[in-house]
Design a protein around this ligand. Structure first.
Ligand SMILES: NC(=O)c1ccc[n+]([C@@H]2O[C@H](COP(=O)([O-])OP(=O)(O)OC[C@H]3O[C@@H](n4cnc5c(N)ncnc54)[C@H](OP(=O)(O)O)[C@@H]3O)[C@@H](O)[C@H]2O)c1
Length: 261
């Protein structure tokens, strides 16, 4: 079984760009880089790769200092190379740092896409390849059939659907977990979350990002506000007490009915 090690570390917080378009996306990406973000997450399906690329260039950052993640839309199976070339052109970069299969198909369909990913990686068009929204059993199928382990699985990972088995499963394969939607997929009004935030004098969103950090899982967060971007980047720098982490973990097994965001 050939492992596929990630040749770089994922920063605790990266910039998500879903639903950011045009000038707002360009400015948001540029602001985020200026404020210290070093990972930008986009996808062919977001239809913003050109604006994201423009934002990267207007920041003036050395491309070697930035990690660019984009995703291949699984519904375009069979057109992997064409879509990759388009992503490279639109983003205006020579290589994608991390190329993800946006979501699984059935086992045979995911395998066909994955074989094209492996080729692109071997040719050096992408630094690392991974998947997104794959369940542990879908990861197992892919690894068993291809013999190549995804470097990353980007999934919705938060207290309100916390499954204690997922991280150990991925760690056993050597797969790095990356969380998407840390705010939009969680219940920001949950009383346990609010109580922890009140006790620490911080926001519920900061508690969530600290919870991700406690689990060793990096997160991609979308914001077009400089204030929010700064708050989110700062949040992950502060640890959360183990008792608070455990209290939040339990929400996954006992969400407040009807309050899930
Ligand atoms: N792989 C996948 O299938 C998948 C699926 C979903 C998302 N993603 C990725 O994950 C990223 C994040 O997920 P998301 O965009 O769904 O949502 P999110 O990052 O969980 O939440 C974004 C929302 O929170 C607000 N926000 C951010 N920081 C804030 C703060 N400090 N205070 C108050 N409000 C704040 C943003 O508004 P402002 O802009 O006004 O700050 C925006 O409305 C996406 O952008 C995308 O890159 C991937």
């Amino acid at each position: 079984m050939s492992g596929h090690d990630l040749p770089f570390e994922l920063p605790a917080v990266g910039l998500g760009t879903w639903q950011m378009w045009g000038r707002a996306a360009e400015r948001g990406v540029c602001d985020a880089i200026e404020l210290g973000y070093r990972l930008i997450d986009t996808a062919a399906a977001y239809q913003n790769e050109e604006a994201v690329g423009a934002g990267i260039r207007s920041s003036g950052i050395d491309p070697g200092e930035l990690l660019v993640v984009t995703k291949f839309p699984e519904e375009d199976a069979g057109r992997e190379r064409e879509i990759l070339r388009t992503s490279l052109d639109l983003l205006g970069v020579e290589r994608i740092d991390l190329w993800l299969v946006h979501a699984p198909l059935d086992a045979a369909g995911s395998l066909r896409i994955w074989e094209r990913f492996v080729e692109a990686h071997e040719e050096g068009l992408v630094r690392a390849i991974g998947v997104s929204n794959f369940l542990p059993e879908q990861v197992d199928d892919l690894v068993r059939a291809s013999g190549v382990v995804p470097a990353v699985n980007q999934i919705a990972f938060g207290p309100h659907y916390y499954d204690a088995d997922v991280a150990p499963h991925h760690a056993a394969h050597g797969i790095v977990l990356q969380a998407h939607s840390p705010f939009s997929e969680n219940n920001l009004a949950h009383p346990v979350l609010r109580a922890i935030a009140d006790r620490h004098g911080c926001t519920v969103r900061q508690v969530l990002l600290r919870w991700h950090r406690a689990h060793g899982v990096s997160a991609v967060v979308k914001s077009v506000s400089r204030t929010h971007l700064t708050e989110n980047l700062d949040a992950a720098g502060h640890p959360l007490a183990p008792a608070d982490v455990a209290a939040l973990d339990r929400l996954g097994f006992n969400p407040t009915p009807g309050q899930r965001a």
